[in-house]
Design a protein around this ligand. Structure first.
Ligand code: TXA
Ligand code: MG
Length: 330
């Protein structure tokens, strides 16, 4: 792993945006806020910079990156937009939606970033700092979540610092993010597929398309034998402490991640309790999820017990992340 760099941290400002663009131009790694989670950016057209990014995260090279651009016009230079893709882009961009499309033949994004696939993942983020950096830089930016691979995604600049200090060049601090779970990823295949539940609920997308979204099995491949969802490793988003789902009671020595009314038997014995949303609001719960998991991970608990969370709206993304956090640890 790459260490020994001095990581500069700047509060977001015009000067910080200019510094971020210069750093990207020089092949550097810059963490910046998006509305979903903090991203770790590199110049998508610069293979050595992308190599450094994979190394800084400890990310396997087979797992491709999302290319971020400032608008649909810039996105059209990277991928082929069919009618479904145009409808989704016009409805949800800028915002927490990533589209997987056939890669354009003259796409400027390096092969390394798309892991040799003939598709590309593209996102137009809404966060003003992300937008300003993309406009100042003027080229696509690859940006995975700014955490060590497999760890919980960062929702504050402090989370990024804890994971990546000494491995990246610059962190732009734009305060806590708004959405708190990563973008929804839609594969614009026929039929369109939900590759990762995220910040835009499935129901909203299905409503706009007027049809249900498919959900491919994890090992699904395209006609060329390439994986449809190479990043959906089961063990991911993992705190160090084991995670126990659908908790209805608390055992001694456990910490509780609650949702709604937290009057569970045994709660007096919990080492720590954090409530994602006391009044059962899934949007608030998504925004709190990763930060609370990180906090409870420091409680030295036997396990983090997690109460039932409904699977509708943002609950689908929350439950997806929690299932991954629990995988292989129980
Ligand atoms: O909200 C987000 O999407 C954040 C912010 C920073 O934009 N980014 C993010 O990136 O979550 P990352 O790298 O943590 O997750 C990207 C996911 C991975 O699961 C990867 O496998 C998938 O996107 N992906 C990238 N290119 C793909 C492709 N061509 N086909 C299918 N999946 C792809
Ligand atoms: Mg990630």
């Amino acid at each position: 792993m790459q260490t020994g760099l001095t990581t500069k941290i700047l509060d977001s400002s015009e000067a910080a945006v200019a510094a971020a663009a210069r750093c990207l131009e020089a092949g550097g790694l810059v963490a910046f806020p998006t509305e979903t989670v903090y991203g770790l950016g590199a110049d998508a057209t610069n293979p050595p910079a992308i190599t450094r990014l994979y190394r800084a995260k400890g990310r396997p090279l087979f797992n491709p990156l999302i290319s971020h651009v400032c608008d649909l016009k810039a996105a059209r230079r990277l991928g082929h937009f069919d009618a479904t893709a145009v409808t989704l882009a016009e409805t949800f961009w800028p915002g927490p939606l990533t589209l997987v499309l056939p890669k354009a033949s003259d796409c400027a994004v390096a092969e390394l970033a798309t892991a040799g696939l003939d598709t590309i993942a593209i996102r137009v983020p809404a966060h003003t700092v992300a937008q300003d950096i993309l406009r100042a830089f003027g080229k696509p930016v690859v940006a995975p979540s700014a955490n060590v691979s497999g760890h919980v995604s960062p929702t504050t600049a402090a989370h990024v610092k804890r994971d990546l200090e000494g491995r990246i060049d610059l962190i732009i601090d734009g305060g806590p993010v708004e959405v708190g779970v990563e973008s929804t990823i839609i594969g614009c295949f026929d039929p369109p597929m939900l590759l990762r539940p995220g910040g835009i609920p499935r129901e909203d997308i299905e409503h706009v398309l007027g049809r249900p979204l498919g959900r491919p099995p994890l090992d699904a491949e395209n006609d060329n034998g390439q994986p449809l969802a190479p990043g959906m490793l089961t063990q991911h988003y993992a705190p160090r402490t084991s995670v126990r789902l659908e908790a209805e009671t608390i055992a001694p020595g456990e910490a509780l991640l609650a949702f709604g009314d937290a009057a569970l038997p045994g709660i007096d014995q919990a080492l720590a309790v954090m409530n994602l949303s006391a009044h059962g609001d899934l949007t608030e719960a998504a925004a709190n999820l990763f930060g609370y998991l990180r906090k409870l991970d420091t409680a030295e608990a036997r396990a983090i017990a997690v109460m039932h969370i409904p699977d509708r709206g943002l609950g689908e993304a929350i439950n997806d992340r929690l299932r991954r956090a629990a995988a292989g640890r129980n």
